[in-house]
Write a protein of this length. Structure first.
Ligand SMILES: *[C@@H]1O[C@H](CO)[C@@H](O)[C@H](O)[C@H]1NC(C)=O
Ligand SMILES: *[C@@H]1O[C@H](CO)[C@@H](O)[C@H](O)[C@H]1NC(C)=O
Length: 316
């Protein structure tokens, strides 16, 4: 309003007089217009730059609160062998799971009926091996072992050992596959991409959250274009982009473990083991020595979370 009335008054002055003072005021007005125009152009440029590089800005800002935090709902509970120290879990169709268990002298690969928890085939490992991550690629199961670079390949039909291999990760923790390549973890913050034919590491992503390395990446699952990883010693699952290693979200499953303990299962260990039924989009989770396996459904939780929550709960 103020500038409008100023303008009216100035134009009025110019039409009625040719005095030096009115010439000066016309020049002043011209400069003012140029200044406003330049300011508008600059503002438009800044807004465009911000829009184009918003992802870059997100990366530059040290704390990104926009990551999705997912809540969950238990839609089914199934029995799970409470002596299974679950280190690898994979869904194989027809309500069947394959599972790898750890602990020296107790390590195994199993075929398990989902609904009953019944172990249908059990392939015991040599006492010197501690079973870890497991994945199913075609007709073959791939398994890695703790504190060694040795892995094994089994026939999915009968769990007969077909082959032994060595890999290039620092240790063997988790394995998953998208049907083409293997994804591996070794307890560090690195996600490895591995050629299943040669077992050579073809690419690595270091997983970071707000500038912190996300260590202890453990059991892995490929789910609908993402890699989900249990983080050892926590109730957290991190969702990772296999393309570039960025974190796509977090799932906090604290209540599952706490409810099992409250129900008297004092000997249970941490959440570990994720499996995905791609045909019916069912997600299964369990833990080491847990008497139950859960089918869960996710729902998006708070878009923004309190500062430090993830660091505190998921980055030990
Ligand atoms: C599915 O599992 C059941 C029970 O284990 C078995 O009898 C049946 O042959 C399986 N079907 C297929 C297609 O594998
Ligand atoms: C990483 O890949 C995901 C898709 O998997 C994509 O949504 C995201 O924008 C990518 N991030 C960067 C920084 O390239």
């Amino acid at each position: 309003m103020a500038s409008k009335s100023y303008r009216k008054k100035t134009y009025g002055n110019r039409s009625s007089s040719r005095s030096a003072s009115s010439m000066a005021s016309a020049k002043h007005l011209y400069l003012r217009k140029v200044f406003i125009l330049i300011t508008i152009i600059l503002l438009v440029c800044v807004i465009l730059a911000l829009g184009i590089s918003s992802s870059t800005w997100n990366k530059l800002s040290s704390v990104d609160h926009s990551l999705q935090l997912y809540g969950y709902q238990v839609v089914n509970e199934f029995p799970h062998d409470p002596s299974a120290f679950t280190q690898g879990l994979v869904y194989a169709g027809n309500d069947t799971l394959f599972e790898s268990t750890g602990l020296y002298k107790h390590s195994s690969v199993r075929k398990v009926a989902l609904r009953t928890g019944k172990v249908e085939i059990l392939q015991k490992m040599a006492d010197s091996y501690f079973g870890e991550g497991l994945t199913l690629l075609g007709e073959r199961l791939f398994q890695v072992t703790w504190l060694t670079n040795v892995g094994f390949i089994y026939d999915r039909k009968n769990l007969k050992k077909l082959q032994q291999f060595s890999h290039q990760m620092e240790d063997g923790w988790g394995l998953a596959t998208d049907g083409k390549i293997l994804y591996g973890s070794d307890g560090t913050s690195t996600l490895y991409l591995i050629d299943p034919q040669t077992l050579i590491v073809t690419k690595k992503h270091v997983i970071q959250f707000n500038g912190h390395n996300v260590r202890y990446l453990n059991e892995l699952e490929y789910i609908d274009g993402e890699i989900w990883a249990n983080i050892w010693q926590t109730d957290c699952i991190v969702r990772i982009s296999p393309n570039n290693g960025t974190i796509l979200g977090w799932i906090l499953l604290k209540d599952l473990r706490e409810e099992l303990i409250a129900a008297g299962n004092n000997g249970i260990d941490v959440l570990n083991g994720i499996a995905w039924d791609s045909d019916h989009n069912r997600i299964f989770v369990t833990g080491k020595l847990w008497p139950k396996l859960y089918e869960i459904k996710l729902h998006p939780g708070k878009k923004h979370y309190d500062n430090g929550v993830i660091e505190q709960l998921c980055l030990p």
